[in-house]
Design a protein around this ligand. Structure first.
Ligand code: HEM
Length: 422
């Protein structure tokens, strides 16, 4: 397989923009072809929130402490895909991880996988081509390893981190087996949905003969806030991500794996992905007071019901004039807040999704909930509680689920998970 890029005009220019520059400085070159998503429209109004990165942004893949797509400022679009391995020898798994890594490094620089237009008439294009004229768009692709990687197929059982296992059945689960599990995961996030799509499409193509797609979710619109980002809204119209993990110290304490039990996981983390269906028509016909009670926050401002501004610290003991708690005990935030869970926190990095309408004409949409943590038990603890009594349960159903160990980023010339096989 060739993962070297073309040197025709289009790709070499973008390669120049991407090579090691990455980040906001490249935005100044926007006039040379890269039109940022946050570009002002004809009326001078910003068409999109001001905290999206320019489409010329290229995040480095190699030599980082962590894989991209976790701490990376959350991009606007995502595609999540889980795969089943169809092989049972470690070598095939290694080759796939190595090929995926090399390809992702190319994609994140805005390069193609290989020939889009081969010179021989009878040749099949290596790259499918739909991102050929697009910028890197801040693409990150994050690789995760499911529990199946450590079963008896690959001889890696003694490399399984002690805390890593399939998620147990949880209260309120309505999981569809076809949307659950997976031996590998790919999370592609970008400012341009077509760039994310292109990555998953071509990586899936490369997996032929080694892995098959098990389930996917196409996310649009970020529904969590990362470091320095404004808080977006989920499809229920509420600001989502207000009290997310945003400080480096909290990433160290709650997200990054210390490698204590398995050195290959140092700098890695665990990923929990849940496809959560929303019963949107029910939600849309509910009174605003009920909606706000469900979350324990106001809808427009996003303030805790004990305060007035979005970032006011919730006071879970405060009572209203009626003697009732201002933030109901069964509201989503009262149940999930670290103050009420022994300090436990997770990084949420979710996206809205829609699959159009179902056969009855009902909106088929919800939240692609993706969370990162250094112990999957954090999710289990929270969801056990939420699944039992969260007022939100009336309006949602967890239909898809997967848990994955996410290795750190590879050194230059290496690949994701390489240390696992040493
Ligand atoms: C469709 C499903 C969900 C929706 C619509 C939703 C929405 C929200 C909203 C609007 C907030 C308040 C703003 C904020 O601080 O981010 C919030 C907070 C939070 N959610 Fe969710 N959420 C969902 C599922 C989950 C799940 C499955 C978990 C974990 C098991 C979770 C964990 C949290 C946590 C930890 C907080 C922060 C609470 C705090 O510290 O105040 N959420 N969610």
């Amino acid at each position: 397989m060739s993962t070297t890029s073309h040197d025709d005009g289009r790709f070499s220019r973008r390669a120049f923009l991407g090579a090691g520059i990455g980040g906001l400085a490249v935005g100044a070159l926007g006039g040379a072809g890269g039109v940022a998503w946050a570009h002002a429209d004809a009326d001078g109004a910003s068409a999109l929130p001001s905290d999206g990165v320019p489409s010329t942004t290229a995040y480095p893949f190699y030599g980082q402490a962590h894989q991209g797509g976790i701490e990376t400022p959350q991009q606007r679009h995502a595609i999540f895909a889980a795969y089943d391995l169809t092989v049972s020898d470690p070598r095939s798994l290694q080759v796939l991880l190595a090929r995926w890594s090399a390809a992702i490094a190319q994609f994140q620089r805005g390069r193609s996988l290989g020939a889009v237009e081969p010179t021989r008439d009878s040749a099949v294009p290596t790259d499918t081509g739909e991102a050929a004229d697009l910028e890197p768009a801040g693409l990150t692709v994050t690789i995760g390893l499911g529990p199946g990687v450590f079963d008896d197929r690959f001889g890696l059982a003694d490399r399984k981190p002690a805390k890593f296992a399939k998620l147990p059945a949880l209260p309120s689960d309505q999981l569809d087996p076809r949307l659950t599990g997976g031996d590998l995961s790919l999370q592609a996030c970008a400012e341009d949905p077509q760039v994310a799509y292109h990555a998953i499409r071509n990586l899936s193509r490369m997996a032929q003969g080694t892995a098959t797609v098990r389930w996917t979710v196409m996310g649009f619109g970020r529904a969590s806030a990362g470091k320095g980002q404004t808080t977006p809204r989920n499809l229920m119209g509420f600001k989502d991500g207000t009290r997310n993990i945003k400080e480096d110290a909290d990433f160290d304490a709650f997200v990054w794996h210390d490698g204590a039990d398995q050195a290959w996981m140092k700098g890695g983390t665990y990923q929990v992905a849940r496809k959560i269906q929303m019963h949107i028509e029910n939600w849309d016909s509910d009174f605003i007071a009920d909606q706000q009670s469900v979350f324990g926050r106001s809808k427009q401002e996003g303030a805790p019901l004990s305060g007035t501004h979005e970032f006011d610290v919730p006071d879970f003991a405060k009572k209203g004039s009626d003697g009732e708690l201002a933030i109901p005990a069964t509201s989503h935030v009262a149940l999930a807040a670290h103050e009420n869970n022994g300090g436990l926190r997770i990084l949420r990095r979710s996206y809205n999704f829609t699959d159009g309408m179902n056969e009855n004409g009902q909106i088929n949409a919800g939240l692609l909930f993706v969370a990162y943590m250094n112990d999957p038990a954090a999710f289990v603890t929270l969801q056990t509680k939420l699944g039992r009594v969260d007022q939100l349960n009336e309006y949602i159903a967890h239909v898809g689920s997967g848990v994955f160990a996410v290795p750190p980023a590879p050194a230059s010339g290496s690949y994701v998970g390489e240390a696992l096989f040493r």
